[in-house]
Write a protein that binds this ligand. Sequence first.
Ligand code: NAD
Length: 492
Amino acid sequence: MTRTPTLPTWMLIDGGLVEGLGEPIRIDDPATGELAVEVPTATPEQVDEALEVAATVAADWRTAAQPERTALLRRIADVLIDARQRIAEVCTVETGRPFERNLGYVDWTAELFRFYAELSRVDGGRLAPAKETGQLSLAQRVPYGVVAALTPFNYPLALLAQKLAPALGTGNVVVVKPAPVTTATTLLLGELLADVAPPGTVQVLAGGAAVGEQLIGDPRTDLVAFTGSTTVGRSIGERCGRLAKPTHLELGGNDPAIVLSDVDPAVAGRAVAWAAFLNAGQVCTSTERVYVHRDVFDDVVAEATAVAGSVRVGDPWDDDTQIGPLRTREARDRIRKQLEEVRDHGGEVTGGHVPDRSGYFLHPAVVTGIEPTHPLVVEETFGPVLPVVSVDDLDEALDLAADTEYGLGASLYTEDTAAVRRTLDRLQVGTLWVNDPVLENIGAPFGGMRASGNARELGMEGLHAFTTFRHVLWGLQLEERTWWFHPGEELR
Ligand code: NAD
């Protein structure tokens, strides 16, 4: 049943909800193509105000007792659950993802805050063996200070929470800037936090690249935590490098899947289709290309094609819908054009049609008969497209899978442990899924290698990412040291 929630438009600065004074962002509903809301953005003066508040509050929050931080994360989890319906409604309007799935993401996000509420109580650093008697050598985990969190459009709540929960839990304060097209979901989080978070610990600004650039360039931000495309991530990395500012880069991918001949091709076909079409392919770890052993190629393609043809694409408010629209008209049109070009050049495309309705819908497509070097195979498509390439053996599959600048994830379908080992040895990826694609485990690290980034979120690693070390060398008593300068003493 279609719902029409009121979309929030106010930002959170210094604990208060304020209207942006800059040019508005026009956010359209991808399921209808119609304007959903206009959100005024932050002016440079408002960004400056938020940063001044953040710098001041950071000094207190870094020394707050851990139970206070833990209590905040628990309160955030509670308000998320209390506002579950409304958050999922706003997120559905903005992302076009089915409402039922968005409910699940609110639950997952609340779970993440609960997880870091407890985990942040556990590890404050370590005690190094002392160099001299009478000393303590504390390797203390300390927060960076002010974190600028820049997030992408595809999972506005969950991907922000992966930064926000560990950052707050370890004593940082956070200034958030979401992707323009999914600003309202993040502003709603700001609205909810206004009631539970100490002013200035979390602030939410609306804006595009200009607001992001101001946050990055300002000396009051101590860490930039970015999730988004490799192109933008590289430019942010360059800038932060010049400023000597620590940076987390969670970037794009072009994840391969490899299907070997020992597994049931029908099950593998459904697995790769799910991994490619979930969220209309707008997942950084979507299966973007699959290399299938020639003995099972036809069967895998047949099953993936059957899935592509039967997945229910449609109204995100309908309980039966499995996939909503792409987020933008530009993305939909770009992918449609790519598929037309494949057809024009002799490739075979099954599915991939645009339904006769408004919104940015595109039916999933399975593509065969193209060269392994085709742009649809070697570039990140970020849409519901599955190119399938036949290979003679694992070596050929690994050569093709490894021929990329990305290193986010990869999937392997086999029960042959030697094949798993060879794949682990060969592919430089942050996650290898064996027979069970795309799932995350809140307790295990997630992130990319090479052009897919340098950071880790989730798990203990995702907590540690928001701390740096301070060494405290503590002589328990003031004692004369033989190596000090002593007036009148002869040099030795
Ligand atoms: P994007 O790179 O276009 O934007 C990400 C964020 O950066 C947005 O908030 C945007 O406003 C901001 N931004 C853009 N230019 C900027 C600049 N010059 N300075 C500062 N900030 C700037 O990404 P997107 O299109 O929103 O998201 C899709 C991409 O994100 C895909 O490539 C996908 O693979 C990637 N992604 C990666 C992960 C991961 O964990 N590795 C997760 C989700 C998405």
